[in-house]
Design a protein around this ligand. Structure first.
Ligand SMILES: Cc1ncc(COP(=O)(O)O)c(C=O)c1O
Length: 398
């Protein structure tokens, strides 16, 4: 092993590729300065992507979720939010911030809610089930909807990682009672902060109760965009990732997050990136498809892909390793080229969440998924020698 230079990735790449996120272009920065009234542009752009819905803009995706959960629970006079056993920790944090309880639902090795597991559980106290459409891949919702509709449970179609994706049932974010968007770092629509709700049909709080967006702040938007662009440079990102206090790449469960409306800089950045959003998604999806094809042909790792006919947006490519040991080895070797394990574990392992959970449901499927999952960058930085190194490494641990 000592003579194999591919075994020492830090020597081979004295840089570190961020796991996701792309630079704001010069044209986008100019658009920030040119657009005097970005809020209507953001609303129009989102409505075009999602179809008819009532939008409200919030400080973050988790804050949007908190508002949605509170409303859905109050309307139904129920106090449980049902979540997939493996998902972003911000989702249970939002449920707890709304004063509600969380029940976990088992997932399959595709990372999706298992409808058979759902069918066996008592939905009577459930206000809503969240589908999280991880890695930009749409989860099928028709079967889930049948089960939920029969028992008066809302579906929250979380499009934080999948805005622009669509399945046979429609655009992700529009297939339930409410869609949730996040404009945070590394999301398909990144404005370095902010989130939104898109209420479909007649549900949703009165428009007058939506928080006001802060006034546009183009200068702050430009400073943030410049700092972010700098941080994405692999030689710089390497140093930033090594500073523990910055907590880069860490996932924390924290129900004490900022409340209120969207920030004025995020509105400016969202308006600037929306015109090129779909083209950027298509380009990323093409890179993800090419990477997935080589992984499938050359290795024993399995990319998590959209069903035939569906459209995915892949802010990262999720890949399932043949075993937990192979995942750990591959992750160690590939971290410098942007590989991550995504979240630290299934939700059943989050200690601070335990007092807020109901049901004894164990989720061994979620544990197995978490143990075998690896995500790869779908940005242009994973090309050339970095790409070949990635494939060589996956072959080696196959
Ligand atoms: C699936 C999913 N839902 C919700 C959120 C919460 O979004 P935010 O980070 O904007 O609070 C995230 C964010 O990381 C996410 O990945």
């Amino acid at each position: 092993m000592g003579s194999d230079s591919s075994s020492d990735p830090t020597q081979r790449f004295p840089t570190r590729v961020p796991p996701g996120g792309h630079c704001f272009s010069y044209a986008q920065c100019r658009a920030v300065l040119r657009e005097a009234d970005p809020l209507p542009c953001v609303r129009a752009g989102l409505l075009e992507l999602l179809g008819p819905s009532r939008l409200s803009l919030h400080a973050s995706g988790r804050e949007a979720l908190r508002i949605a959960f509170s409303h859905l629970a109050a309307q139904r006079d129920r106090d449980e939010i049902w979540l997939p056993g493996y998902t972003c920790f911000s989702i249970p944090a939002a449920a707890v911030a709304a004063g509600l309880r969380v029940r976990l639902v088992e997932i399959g090795l595709d990372g999706r809610v298992d409808p058979d597991a759902l069918a066996q559980l008592p939905l009577e106290r459930a206000a809503a089930l969240v589908v999280s459409n991880l890695f930009g891949v749409p989860e099928p919702v028709a079967r889930l909807r049948e089960l939920l509709d029969a028992r008066g449970v809302a579906l929250v179609d979380d499009a934080a990682q999948s805005l622009g994706a669509r399945s046979a049932e429609g655009p992700v974010g529009s297939r339930g009672e409410v869609g949730v968007l996040s404009f945070g770092r590394g999301k398909p629509l990144s404005a370095l902060g902010g989130g939104a709700l898109a209420w479909v049909g007649s549900e949703g709080p009165a428009a007058s109760s939506a928080p006001a967006a802060a006034p546009p702040n183009p200068l702050r938007a430009l400073v943030r965009a410049a700092a972010f662009n700098l941080a994405l440079l692999p030689p710089i990102f390497r140093w930033l990732a090594a500073i523990p206090a910055l907590g880069i790449g860490e996932t924390r469960y924290d129900p004490n997050f900022e409340r209120g409306g969207i920030d004025g800089a995020a509105v400016c950045l969202a308006a600037a990136v929306l015109p090129e959003f779909e083209a950027a998604n298509r380009a990323r999806a093409r890179r993800a498809a090419a990477l997935a094809e080589r992984i499938s042909l050359e290795t024993d790792f399995s990319p998590l892909l959209a069903a035939d006919g569906d459209i995915a947006v892949y802010p990262r490519l999720g890949v399932l390793a043949p075993s937990a040991a192979a995942r750990n080895d591959a992750l160690h070797a590939l971290a410098p080229v942007g590989a991550t394990r995504m979240y630290p574990g299934p939700l059943e392992r989050v200690k601070a969440l335990q007092p807020h959970r109901v049901g004894k449901t164990e989720t061994p499927g979620a544990q197995q998924f978490s143990d075998r999952l690896l995500t790869l960058s779908t940005e242009k930085t994973l090309a050339g020698e970095r790409l070949e190194f990635t494939l060589r490494t996956l072959r080696k641990f196959s």
